[in-house]
Write a protein that binds this ligand. Sequence first.
Ligand code: ZN
Length: 135
Amino acid sequence: MNTENGNSPPAGPPGTGKMTRAGLRGRCPRCGQGRLFQKYLKFTDACAVCGLGFTGHDVGDGPVVPAILVLGGILVDLALWLELSYQPPLWVHAALWGPLSIAATMAILPPLKGLSVALQYRYRSTEEEAEPGGS
Ligand SMILES: [Zn+2]
């Protein structure tokens, strides 16, 4: 398959490790080069390099659950450690953990969403035609 820029997808599917790394970097799971997101968490319609379509990928709440579990565990542990070690006033907890929770969540969601798409591509859990991307 040729695309607008003349590049062809690589022969054969990439390995699971390569797909996983590409997804975590926000790159196409098939070629590892094209961007997965056009905005913060909005997928592009298709990879600009190999043409793999992303419209059939719906990760739902898949990336949110590990973010809640992992970040929640880490942040609650840190809050407990801070309280037990230094007993700061409550306003310190309020000023620290709210913004830190939001920033950490916004930082971790794109890699987790990219990973979810890579795993969907690897295990074909999307409702797509026989050839990924519909071509
Ligand atoms: Zn691609």
